[in-house]
Ligand binder design. Structure first.
Ligand code: NAP
Length: 340
């Protein structure tokens, strides 16, 4: 095996685009597996990481290889690895401090991966980890949605939304979602019961008495969401301001807790006025949850929606497309030709 690999990295925050360079293949720790990456997906967090927008929460050393999820084949295992062997096809989301999936190889902890769903190609499997873990942690872990409860999923046509709609339907929920006219058929095909074309209708004028909102937009949409949730209900946001509860649970120092408390003051006030709990979710890697998701996919209860598949060399264009905010499902980066 080569001792170097191609990887897309940045040397400083706000670099215009990552550059593809030769770097050493990562070393494999005792609990790691080395994966030859076949495909990775773009997530908006990759752009936020590049731009330094997550510095309040995460510290990275430069140069930094970007990329947050992948599918590929194990080529080496560490001395303590028990659940996987060389040759296994796997998919995963490395921990926040071990990202770097826009590369030919990654060394990843065995607890962050699961076997790839057998009915998906590597490109399809790479569409799954980050968005499905995020959706599962919001809808299952934080909301514990029960049959017939009502949930609004914002941006149903996005990477997160396309999976969240399907998962919420699996949990038995009544699902409303927002999207624009061109994506209405898509979100209906995923199971959405009520579709709001956000270019024509304000969701807070037509929805009421909801149990939950899964907010993927933040800003004004998040503030309006409080109006549609019934007292005792919950809003989980992945795009709004973190609050003090989150800052404490995330282990941030007191000065950051105070800053976050001040910045999220309006949301805390809305919580009290509407008697609705507001939680910010920062998704976590979990091989165990990816195993649950694998089973849903293999029993045809969940499937990825892919906007486009692009070659590794076209990563800068794919970043620009992701930034446009118009992706319909996932943008996949093809790292390796399976015929090689
Ligand atoms: N905190 C976390 O752990 C976490 C995890 C995952 C994602 N996130 C964040 O969650 C957000 C969504 O991620 P994503 O991967 O789903 O993004 P994405 O795939 O880039 O979302 C694109 C989609 O958003 C839709 N959209 C844009 N504006 C909208 C609006 N005002 N109302 C309804 N739909 C709208 C677009 O549909 P149209 O073309 O029809 O407008 C498009 O299909 C990002 O900010 C991301 O960083 C956070």
């Amino acid at each position: 095996m080569n001792s170097t690999m191609k990887a897309a990295l940045i040397t400083h925050y706000k670099q215009a685009t990552p550059t593809i360079q030769n770097v050493p293949v990562p070393e494999v720790g005792p609990n790691d597996v080395l994966v030859k990456i076949m495909a990775a997906s773009i997530n908006p967090i990759d752009l936020k990481t590049k731009d330094g927008d997550l510095r309040m929460l995460l510290k990275y050393k430069m140069p930094l290889i970007l990329g947050s999820d992948f599918a590929g084949t194990i080529t080496q295992i560490g001395s303590q690895v028990t659940d996987f062997k060389v040759g296994d096809a796997v998919y995963g989301r490395p921990q926040d401090d071990h990202i770097g999936t826009f590369a030919e190889y990654i060394a990843v902890d065995q607890s962050d991966i699961a076997h790839k769903p057998q009915n998906l190609s590597f490109e399809e499997a790479a569409a799954i980890p980050l968005v499905s873990l995020t959706s599962y942690q919001a809808l299952h872990d934080l909301m514990s949605i029960q049959p017939n409860q009502k949930v609004l999923i914002q941006a149903g046509s996005g990477g997160v939304g396309t999976i969240a709609i399907q998962l919420a339907k699996q949990l038995g929920a009544f699902v409303a979602t927002t999207t624009s006219t061109k994506n209405i058929d898509l979100v209906r095909s995923l199971g959405a019961d009520q579709v709001i074309d956000y270019k024509q209708t304000q969701f807070d004028e037509v929805l009421f008495d909801y149990d939950y909102v899964f907010d993927t937009l933040g800003g004004e949409s998040l503030e309006k969401a409080f109006k549609i949730v019934k007292p005792g209900g919950k809003i989980v946001s992945i795009a709004g301001m973190p609050n003090v509860r989150f800052a404490k649970a995330f282990g941030l120092p007191i000065w950051k807790q105070l800053l976050i408390g001040a910045a999220s003051h309006k949301l805390t006030k809305l919580e009290k006025v509407h008697q609705v709990q507001y939680d910010f979710l920062f998704m976590k890697s979990s091989g165990q949850e990816l195993e649950v998701i694998r089973q849903l996919i293999e029993s045809d209860k969940l499937h990825p929606i892919i906007d486009r598949i692009v070659d590794f060399s076209d990563l800068p264009d794919a970043f620009a497309y992701s930034r446009s905010g118009r992706a319909k499902g996932k943008i996949i980066i093809k790292m390796t030709d399976p015929q090689e």
